[in-house]
Structure formats: C-alpha cells, structure tokens
Design a protein around this ligand. Sequence first.
Ligand code: FES
Length: 283
Amino acid sequence: MRSIESAELLDEPAKAIAGAVRSNLSGTLKDAVSGTWLGHAVHPLLTDVVVGSFTSATVLDLLGGWGASAASRRLIGVGIAAYVPTALTGVSDWADSEPVDDGVRRAGLIHAAGNAAALMLYAGSLLARRRGAQRSATLLSVAGAAVLGSAGGYLGGYLTLSKGIGADQTVFDPGPREWTAVSGATEVPAGKPVRVVADETPVLLLRDGEQLLAIHDRCSHRGCSLSDGEIEGGEVVCGCHGSRFDLHSGAVRQGPATAPQPAFEVREREGRIELRLRSTVAA
Ligand code: FES
C-alpha cells in the first residue's frame, strides 16, 4: 500500500478524471449514484453483484465440470452488465474524497484500473467460451478473479475501512446524551451559524428568531464543517459538495450525503446555552 500511496505520477491523471467527474455529475444523477435516495451508499451494494458473479463463474470453471459452462457464461454476463453502474457509483464516491487525501487519490485510481483490467479478462473469457476454447476461458477467468480480488476487494476494502470513504462522518461522536453547556446565551448572534463544541463533538448552533437550532457540525458526507456553509430557509448547505440538511431534524434534503446529521435539543439556562442529542433519528 505504501508504494501505491506514495506514487506521485498517479496524481495528474487521477486529478483530471476526478475533476471531470465532479463537473459532470450533479443534481438528481449525483444523488442517485451516491445513494441519497436509499440512505446508504450504492457502490458497496453493486460491487457484491459484480464480484459475486465473476468469482462464482471462476469457481464453476474450476470445480463445476463441463456441465457448468452455461451457468458460468451467464454469470459473467451478469457481472459485465453490472460493471458500468458499479464503476460509476465508485468513481463518484472517490471523486468527492480525493482532493484532501493523496493516498485516496492514488489508491482509488489503481482500484479503478485493476477493476477495469478484471473486466477485460472476464470479457476475454466470455469470448473464448464462444469460440469453444474452454481452457483459455478458464485461465482468463482465474486471472480475472486474481486481479479482482487484489484491486477490487483489497483496495476497495482499504479505501472504505482504513480511509473511511463512504462512512458516516458523525458515527463515532454523535454528541452528548445529557444536557451539556456549550456557550453563553449572548455569544450566538441571530441568523449566523456558530460552531461550538459539546464534550468533544462539534456542533452547528443557529439562533433563528425565537428558536435555537443545533445539528452536528461535521458533514456526514465527507466531514466538512457545516457552520462554514450557507443557511437557506431552515436548512444548511454544505460548502464542499452541496449537501443540504434540515436544521431542525438533521435530515438530508439533498445529496450527495446519504446519512442525516445528529440533531440536538437546545435550551437556555442561567445565561448558558445547553444541548443534548435528540432521541429520534431524522428521516
Ligand atoms: S462534505 Fe460533501 S457535502 Fe458536505
């Protein structure tokens, strides 16, 4: 991993691809590929279809005998059909993360290139089957599985589990469950978001008329500070990728975020503002 993460020569093509993806994917299509409609990233669901179909075909090639060749061919067809939406959702998720992490940028590019190579190997395997060259077909499918396991499985897992790509950025510190003082009552001006800290959780606090509103300040999408965003009619728009959250409930009103922000009850006591986590999760 260290050699991939330190490979600076990957930066130029990676930045060009990611920049083009960010400029061309927006609005409803961006929300669709991000999984805003589902409340969960779409990419990991689709990868199961591609990896499961391709690797099952390889297992049948190795262990299924001649009678399994038709099933193997169909499985490769399913994997190829699922590849394009899977790649689109993955490159979209990666493009939102690469600007702030060299390792993510470089590992993501190798992940994508390896998956494309696996696709070519399985497509070659399918063509070999059609020519009746079963031995070549099996060799190509075994090679495809090896590339898919390393580039797809290992690097994909690394990007998700070690780099947190796609994880809800508020999950480890949703905020205090007990009333916690965060600021003096006079320190929060009307209509302007203020960033305060409750225990160790950053919170966006807004005085909106008679009400005090508070949601987690770290955007659930990729972690930008929401108090740097724009307030628009009871919602905050994240300055990084434009996700929009309801300031009362924390619900996602527009993606690419998929997870709601934790929201807080707020009260004023003896000149102090106190807050605690709401017990209900936003929908
Ligand atoms: S960090 Fe991406 S929308 Fe907020």
